[in-house]
Design a protein around this ligand. Structure first.
Ligand code: GUN
Length: 173
């Protein structure tokens, strides 16, 4: 898909296509549509990220809370978004054994209890061994730093999803 095609989309089509660039936050795509025309992929991405950066802390935490746990209940129940499912599957999180699942569930619960939002990681840049390691490491970070790290991961996920949609090569993140 090229940028002319993106710029020609009406509101409904744009939100259908880009509504999950930021997981379960179609409101962001709805706001970004008003900023068209976009000069290229980087410009489009800049508007998604500027919207996030302009939110107060409660809004940025809200974005994190829209994310499902990695290898969590929604994966077991089959209720993940198509993008999240693909990313988690690519990282091997759909084929964990019972011990790995339990360990991740415990770490996810500890993380949520400490920070008040779920652990978010660009799963496509990770794998089943690295996820619990990174989760355990980030659990020890100060909350303000962790909020910044988690939002940087949201942007990595968004970058990869946008690059997929526009058929572009993602930057080496
Ligand atoms: N990384 C990539 N997709 C997701 C997701 O849906 N949830 C979380 N927590 N991390 C992700």
């Amino acid at each position: 898909m090229d940028i002319e095609k993106v710029n020609s989309m009406d509101f409904g089509e744009f939100v259908d296509v880009f509504g999950n660039v930021i997981e379960r936050c179609p409101l962001i795509a709805a706001a970004v549509w008003s900023q068209r025309p976009f000069s290229n992929l980087e410009d489009l991405e800049k508007h998604f990220f500027a919207f996030i950066d302009a939110l107060p802390q409660s809004g940025r935490e809200g974005i994190l809370r829209c994310h499902p746990d990695l290898a969590g209940r929604e994966l077991q129940q089959g209720t993940l978004s198509a993008e999240s499912r693909r990313e988690q599957s690519g990282a091997g999180l759909t084929s964990l054994d019972a011990d790995e699942r339990l360990r991740l569930a415990e770490l996810n619960a500890q993380y949520r209890a400490r920070f008040g939002f779920p652990f978010v990681l660009a799963a496509r840049r990770s794998d089943r061994a690295a996820v619990p390691r990174e989760l355990a490491r980030r659990l020890r970070c100060p909350p303000a730093q962790e909020l910044r790290t988690a939002l940087a991961e949201v942007k990595k996920i968004g970058h990869l999803r946008l690059a997929d949609l526009l058929g572009a090569h993602p930057a080496g993140l």
